[in-house]
Design a protein around this ligand. Structure first.
Ligand code: TRP
Length: 333
């Protein structure tokens, strides 16, 4: 090989409901930036989504829209492999295998499982419990070197590493043990209504999050209602969670530093500041929303993209899966 092998990055997002500005600034925008430097494999983790009951028609619609939106954000299906998890059967197959190499005790300790089972007390299904071994399968199938994940997924990545090391030790080196990838400029976007908790699409108060497809009017309105404080000064400081969050968002979409932002708004009130943040977000999202409308109107193109993505992903995934099956001692078919 002439070219040196690039490191492999794997990441995934669930197509559940609307994708928010928090998902975009915290994850997707970084994915887009990684595509030149790494061999990127991105997936819509729809198998994970059915751990919570879904309405079939909405689920189908959400998945297609999420696929189109990620393309619109700049995931480039030429540079990267971008596929839908349920289209590559190796994920479900390896997940079963890995379930047999994952301990009940380990899964019981996952904080996300504890949180989600408290939230969906009427549907604590085995899939919700085994969610981390499916996530491990996602990552390990592609021999990923690096996995960009937020703080809430760190524990799952740790478990993935443990599973990979355990399997490698029991047989012989089979899986690359992945590291977490911390983006150079990470953004943790908080709720506009409760800036001590993460911006979430499942927030009951829709004013807490900006959906990527919110109209300019709605975006402006939500920013105007954003919670701030009584200090009436745009500066980044401890205890000013609301203002810090707005400054973080503004910095992300304009590329300005916190110092520059403080200077820009010196002697000006929060009203001005919120309007500026809202307008900057509207400007940033406009081209993405336009591209989204084009993609979602072109079902044939979307289909060809995700089919091609699944075919390319399957080739890599099946290679890993057959190695695993052989090492365990399954009779070859
Ligand atoms: N569980 C992740 C989330 O909800 C999504 C996900 C599924 C994922 N498989 C993954 C993330 C593999 C990174 C790697 O955010």
């Amino acid at each position: 090989m002439e070219e040196q092998r690039k490191q492999v990055i794997f990441s995934a997002i669930q197509p559940s409901g609307t994708i928010t500005l928090g998902n975009y600034l915290g994850a997707l925008k970084n994915w887009v930036a990684l595509q030149d430097e790494y061999d990127c494999i991105f997936s819509l983790a729809d198998l994970h989504t059915i751990t919570v009951r879904q309405d079939p028609a909405k689920f189908r619609k959400n998945a297609l829209e999420a696929y189109a939106l990620l393309l619109a954000c700049g995931i480039d299906p030429q540079k990267s492999i971008f596929f839908i998890q349920s289209h590559v059967s190796a994920h479900a197959e390896l997940a079963w295998v890995l379930n047999c190499y994952t301990q009940f005790g380990e899964l019981s300790r996952m904080t996300q499982f504890k949180d989600k089972s408290a939230k969906h007390a009427d549907n604590i299904n085995a899939g919700l419990f085994a969610y981390p071994s499916l996530m491990a399968a996602d990552i390990l199938l592609y021999q990923a070197d690096l996995v960009p994940v937020g703080a809430d997924q760190k524990q799952h990545l740790e478990l993935t590493r443990d599973i990979a090391e355990r399997f490698n030790a029991a047989y012989s080196p089979t899986f690359t043990v992945p590291d977490g990838y911390i983006p150079k400029q990470g953004a943790r976007v908080m709720s506009l209504q409760d800036p001590t908790s993460k911006m979430s699409k499942s927030d009951e108060n829709a004013n807490g999050f900006i959906a990527m497809l919110d109209s300019p009017d709605v975006i402006m309105k939500k920013f105007k209602r954003a919670v701030t404080d009584s200090d009436a000064c745009v500066r980044y400081a401890e205890g000013k969670d609301g203002v810090n969050n707005l400054m973080g968002i503004y910095a992300c979409v304009t590329g300005k530093t916190m110092d520059e932002i403080e200077r820009e708004f010196e002697g000006r009130g929060y009203g001005d500041f919120k309007t500026a943040v809202g307008e900057a977000v509207v400007d940033h999202l406009r081209p993405i929303q336009e591209r989204f409308s084009q993609y979602i109107a072109d079902k044939a193109y979307l289909e060809s993209c995700y089919r091609d993505g699944a075919a390319r992903a399957s080739r890599i995934a099946n290679r890993t899966l057959s190695k695993v099956m052989k090492k365990i001692g399954f009779l070859p078919d």
